[in-house]
Design a protein around this ligand. Sequence first.
Ligand code: PRX
Length: 565
Amino acid sequence: MQGFGSYEETYRDFDWQKAREMVGYREGEVLNIGWYCTDRICEMGLGEKTAMIWEGFSGETEKYTFNDLRINSNTYAAYLKSLGIKERDRVCIFMDKLPDLYFSFLGILKIGAIAQPLFSAFGEEALFTRMEDAESIAILTTKKYYRKVRRIKDQLPALKHIIVVDDENVKLEEREKTFILKNAEKVDEFDVFPTHSESPSVLHYTSGTTGKPKGALHVHGSIFAQSVSARWALDLREDDIYWCTADPGWVTGTSYGIIGPWSLGVTQVIYNGGFGSEKWYKILEKYGVTVWYTAPTAIRLLMKDGTGLVKQHDLSKLRYMCSVGEPLNPEAVHWGREAFGMPFYDTYWQTETGAIVISNFPGMEVKAGSMGRAFPGIEAVVLDLNSHEVINEPNKVGLIALKPGWPSMMREYWNNEEVYKSKFINGWYITGDRSSIDPEGYFWFVGRDDDVINTGGHLVGPFEIESALIEHEAVAEAAAIGKPDPVNMEVVKAFVALKPGYEVSDDLELSIMNFIRKRLSPLAMPQEIEFMEKLPKTRSGKIMRRLLRAQEWGEEIGDTSTLED
Ligand code: PRX
């Protein structure tokens, strides 16, 4: 694949047709991500190359070649097909970062079905909302999590198969089954479903300000953008050992934890464990990681433990480090230089964009605090907040907008055409983020244009939290906002008015926090609850979340003329 020359030249000479050629695709041909990341890599003579080095949280390791990836994904594909699952059916994956997650993801794509990854820490309610909306037909899970599904399955009539993949001895109830890859007859040849570049592939749910989470639907053609950006923005080359720390329950973990790197035949390290500075440096050292893709919250935690700890490890193989998900503080870029001898390269994108759209590139000057410049093939501008005219003037803050047409852009929000349409104004896709742009085309992130909470790089919708809060027996009214946090950028803070007969107490506060953690996820759990007599509302009765947020951040409150007396 063509290398990255100077930014200006590459940007000028590139169009998406070139990306198709770079990945060897001819118009009208079958295009299937599952096949492309496995069979095709084997056809290129890389079948015996290591695709996945996996380490579990207690230190156990497993290794798989691209040929293993091919056969194991075939085996999953054949099994799912034998259940009658077919093209466009939604199949959820709900497990930790186990090898089966990766095999099944590719297997689902091979039968033309839609892979719907769900974050394993989701509670029942978060799970239910996403599976009900998608009318998912099957869910692949493990003994650790299947009970969560069992508790909601009666309310999910479309769900036909609950498949436990790591324990044959589960006492099965109706609709439940087990499938243990190591005991299954391996499938060497599988007729991949003839998907093409516009066939649906992956469905990722993402949170908005109002309403339930929305399912951003991607297509197999997304691989063109994911592959080129993995090459150019993450600087991946054939002999790299690459570690993406993201979970495939979130889009980074699929676009750059599966599709981008494997489409290039790159070896990936997958660590199925949590964060720990010492542990992470050990992983980098032990496997000789050369390219590392992580997030600002993790970088801030590493910074806390100091440069000394970095220096105690041999990280001489590491040559490129990238970041995504939240604003990367200038200090983190400087610290990268000091501790590792190189900066962190920031990248910006969204679930909806499917691939990196603004980025720093190897060889390009990194301006600490900036997200970088538009990816080749992407027209990115700043629009005036009100008129939606292009402003592109230094220090003028507006909305980041993108000209639609790149291959990995979502094709729809599942079942939600209205909200999908509302994202486009005057022919621009509105990202919902605010930024300015400098004369050299570098974007300087300012914040979100809505109330979505970004905690540790994960978006959490206030509406989803508020809906869950008022299901608690003691809660009459509730609002959720993001509150500044030195490590996670934001954490959830809830404002709650209690029902008559309930008294504020530490126990009650804990009970509400735990209620949210269990129903939604640890990310959505409020770190603080402020109890109020009643919440500020507009005259029409809508809770003024904006006002609570402004108070918390010490910002101008703005127009309060619609506020209830
Ligand atoms: O607000 C921006 C923030 O994360 C949002 C997208 O989140 P999600 O769809 O979950 O995808 C995350 C991984 C791609 C954006 O709208 N965001 C993402 N990258 C950056 C960022 N904010 C500042 N700087 C970034 N580099």
